[in-house]
Ligand binder design. Structure first.
Ligand code: HEM
Length: 122
């Protein structure tokens, strides 16, 4: 979910009448887990984003930083930070499936909790 917006004028969106003043809350989780876009959306499958030559395939259907005039201005910084963070982590550690039954798996609030995992030093 994103921060809420308020429609400043009336209009139609996908066949729905939206009166001025309506609160609108974009649901990004639904976008990223839409099985008509991503078959088996719960499955971890990096090959969705890698072509036959092993190159990364950019998709306009992945929008964690939102879209439009209020999209996240920290996107470029966040991408560089995430790259350095995960590259450093994966150089030193292996991340493996956990052996404990998940107790909070799937509970969504502001964030979505991961399945349990183990970490081993390389
Ligand atoms: C993984 C990291 C991040 C993610 C996934 C993320 C995602 C988002 C999203 C979804 C929004 C809401 C956009 C909207 O309402 O349409 C947002 C807004 C914003 N983000 Fe980020 N963000 C990240 C990191 C950062 C960083 C590192 C900064 C600053 C250094 C930053 C600064 C902001 C600001 C100032 C806004 C408000 C923009 C506005 O309302 O006009 N974000 N971010």
């Amino acid at each position: 979910m994103l921060l809420k917006r308020t429609a400043d004028h009336s209009g139609k969106l996908m066949g729905y009448d939206i009166p001025a003043g309506t609160t609108i809350i974009p649901n990004f989780h639904a976008v990223h887990m839409d099985p008509t876009i991503w078959p088996e959306p719960e499955k971890f499958d990096p090959y969705r984003h890698i072509d036959k030559e092993g190159k990364f395939v950019h998709s306009h259907k992945i929008i964690p930083f939102s879209l439009g005039p209020r999209f996240c201005p920290g996107e470029q910084l966040a991408r560089v930070e995430a790259y350095i963070y995960f590259a450093k982590l994966l150089q030193k550690y292996k991340i493996l499936p956990g052996d404990q039954p998940p107790n909070i798996d799937g509970i969504t609030s502001v964030v979505h909790f991961p399945k349990t995992f183990r970490i081993e030093q390389r």
